[in-house]
Design a protein around this ligand. Sequence first.
Ligand SMILES: Nc1nc2c(ncn2[C@@H]2O[C@H](COP(=O)(O)OP(=O)(O)OP(=O)(O)O)[C@@H](O)[C@H]2O)c(=O)[nH]1
Ligand SMILES: [Zn+2]
Length: 335
Amino acid sequence: MDDAGHIPARVSQVHRDRLAVLTPDGAREVALPNGHPSGSFAVGDWVLISASQSVMQRRLDRRSLLQRRVHSRAGSRNIGEYRLIGANIDTLFITTSCNADFNVARVERYLTLAHDAGVEPVILLTKSDMADHPETYRDQAQALGANLAVVLLDAHAPDVPNRLARWTGAGKTVALSGSSGVGKTTITNALTGIAAATQGVRDDDRGRHTTTARHLYALPTGGWLIDTPGIRGLGVSDAASGIDATFVEITSLAGTCKFRNCLHEGEPGCAVQAAITAGQIDPDRLSRWRKLTEEDAVNTATSGAAMGKGYGISKRSKTTALAKQDKAANKHKKR
Ligand SMILES: Nc1nc2c(ncn2[C@@H]2O[C@H](COP(=O)(O)OP(=O)(O)OP(=O)(O)O)[C@@H](O)[C@H]2O)c(=O)[nH]1
Ligand SMILES: [Zn+2]
């Protein structure tokens, strides 16, 4: 296609029939040509728009895509469809606070989501100023990965932009995730320098500001921020590689168990159980790994390959294509 005269723009909000985009000249709204459902676009997508700046021409290839599966029941069938969280993201800020919101199993689900999409996870622990012993939260988070970045924050403190500068530099995109009330809006305000109450935020029944829509902001640093509404019930599906990366101390050992299909449940020669006995692996991590792995297997089976995970980038179709190539190559050899 001839892209001459078209202007790159970044999707800041997805509406039912149009996209809000940011261009070098400022914010615009562009129409979608027929045959482009808005559900196939994610906040953070790069698109080309017409020189008149009123119509979307085409979406550029994605570097990464964060998505989650939402379940609904249709009769006896468990239907899963993918919700796009954001595209072209470098870092996922997993936000939780130093209080009852903190839950390692939930953090592990977010880690799986990030690893599965090839996005670097960073754990932000807010409300450090309200906790008697914030370090205990940091230590529990750090135990989830030696190389994992964990940041203790008072989201109201003036040093927030500096503390997060490593991930918000020019050209970098971060997505902010976490439950409702953990401080996402407060962090967004700190990073953008604007009160987000004016955009993408409304008051809920109790008069609190609640993030209602995904929104992309251009930061004064030259980076980008995607704010996501609180996600409830983050299910995993087709995320085996994300789980492997999240529980690397377990999955890296699995290959050394005596039996290839070892379930690490007490089989002889199990390297994982040996590491637990030696105090090198936390048995709770093994239980949570097992739970996520089982859930992933069930959901992956019910979703089937055709449900369309990876709109735009499909791991599965890539793998299938490679497998087919291999088969073809082997056939060729035999002849
Ligand atoms: N003391 C303290 N209060 C905080 C901190 N972070 C957030 N808060 C307060 O916690 C409440 C919720 O913060 P928000 O930033 O609105 O949370 P949110 O994650 O955007 O919530 P949703 O919009 O519902 O998704 C507000 O009253 C904030 O002022 C923090 O680090 N320390
Ligand atoms: Zn084993």
